[in-house]
Write a protein that binds this ligand. Sequence first.
Ligand SMILES: *[C@@H]1O[C@H](CO)[C@@H](O)[C@H](O)[C@H]1NC(C)=O
Ligand SMILES: *[C@@H]1O[C@H](CO)[C@@H](O)[C@H](O)[C@H]1NC(C)=O
Ligand SMILES: *[C@@H]1O[C@H](CO)[C@@H](O)[C@H](O)[C@H]1NC(C)=O
Ligand SMILES: *[C@@H]1O[C@H](CO)[C@@H](O)[C@H](O)[C@H]1NC(C)=O
Length: 456
Amino acid sequence: MLDSFRLVHYLRFFAGALVVIWIFVQFGGTGDRHDQYADLFRQFRDQRKVFISDFLNHDVSGPYVGDGLSDLCATKKWTPGLILTCDAVPGGMADVKNGILTCIRIAIEMGAEVILPDIMIRSTMDLAVIAPHDSGPRRGQPLSHFFDREYLFNTLGEFCPELKIHNSLNDFFDDPNVLEPVKMDIYKVPGVTIASNMGKSAGKLVQKGELLGEQIHAMLDKKSPPKNRKYPFRVDLRPTPSYMMPAFADAPPLRRHFGRMLRVRQDLRALAAAVLFNLQKAFDLQIDPRKGIDIDAFVGIELRTQNDPLRFPDYTIQASDALSYVIANNLSQVYLTEGATSDNITSFTERCRDFNVAVVTKEDLVEGADASKLASLSYDERFLVDYEVAIRAGLFTGHAQSSFAWSVGLRREFAFGEAGSSNSSHLNGTLRWHNQYSTLYGKNFVGDDLRRAIWP
Ligand SMILES: *[C@@H]1O[C@H](CO)[C@@H](O)[C@H](O)[C@H]1NC(C)=O
Ligand SMILES: *[C@@H]1O[C@H](CO)[C@@H](O)[C@H](O)[C@H]1NC(C)=O
Ligand SMILES: *[C@@H]1O[C@H](CO)[C@@H](O)[C@H](O)[C@H]1NC(C)=O
Ligand SMILES: *[C@@H]1O[C@H](CO)[C@@H](O)[C@H](O)[C@H]1NC(C)=O
């Protein structure tokens, strides 16, 4: 009865438009009436608001599944008062994300308490300089500058309650023990061995992540015999490597979800939702953020021609790979992420137009307050917006040297796709990795360290 009363209430305002639906609700179907009302009322709320709220409430891979994490934490031996700190992490959003995750993972392997690392902010003068003024302990912005801190703490609190997280070293200001930590370079811990790389790929992954806890404890016991050790006792990881743990060796429930504890900051997800809402209007698509992706929707493309610490292939190579991918898949709508110079964005847009392919960037898709917000973001914060849009694209392509591209590709694989092949030699030279939803270009085994170490 209450529902009917509410419906009458709404009818006062939307009388004409509602008559048809009113009749449907009253006489149509035998389904769950509550659901029918929910659908009905949806249509009368502001479409854009609904879209954004659906986007924020529905992660592409569904709710976080914490079984793998719970199992991992439950099997460790935890030492109260043993504290791990980790040096601030430099790089793009994917590098920073994996670095913070690496710190958390090492703390779990050690059974230690943790102070989470900061984010080192890239030079604004030269995007290729990711660690400006780099001497001594690295400082930066707190992780909430990129990621949703509350979500991280809730996820860890629920699925790894054994892991104690301290806010900062200030919690220990009166503890001389903590001010003088044992320094740890993970590659110098006795017994740690490095896995061999595929082909000529780069990278330095430890071979047996599951032994790290033991190896670190053995080193600490030598430096500070347990009998005489006073707690709190701090170990300082410096530097914090981003790609060092063999994530690919984790059991699937852990591998697929571990990285999701670091979710993009809420205001940037909301901005991405507004971008995606306008994108579907611009391209006349129907995107429902509550559902999976539609492969016939737009193609997300990352071209990397901005100054960068890594050398990417020239614009012409990246652009022609990307355009052939779009054409081979018979699509005509492209969302171009951050990463290309403005000259190259213009050239790419024009080249695509010759093939009847439309290109938009997030700048084309924001207005009003969203536009000012976007304009205020740094290069790396902008990638956080693109990450949220790109994981929802029908298809995605980028270069295998890009950690962003792997992060997007692997997240999409775990969310919807089949496993991409780790050995691309059958793909004939220029394709590094692909599945039905994502394709990364690159020669030989470029980026293989990223594939093996990323928790997307
Ligand atoms: C590409 O699209 C055109 C027109 O929509 C269609 O006729 C053609 O069969 C499609 N080709 C492939 C390979 O899907
Ligand atoms: C691409 O960008 C680079 C760097 O700004 C520039 O040197 C090059 O001329 C551009 N090429 C095209 C075709 O836009
Ligand atoms: C990759 O696969 C090819 C055959 O498809 C094989 O010859 C080659 O040894 C493999 N490479 C690695 C590193 O597994
Ligand atoms: C691989 O490339 C070579 C030369 O570019 C070509 O002759 C061959 O047919 C290609 N093989 C496949 C499986 O595409």
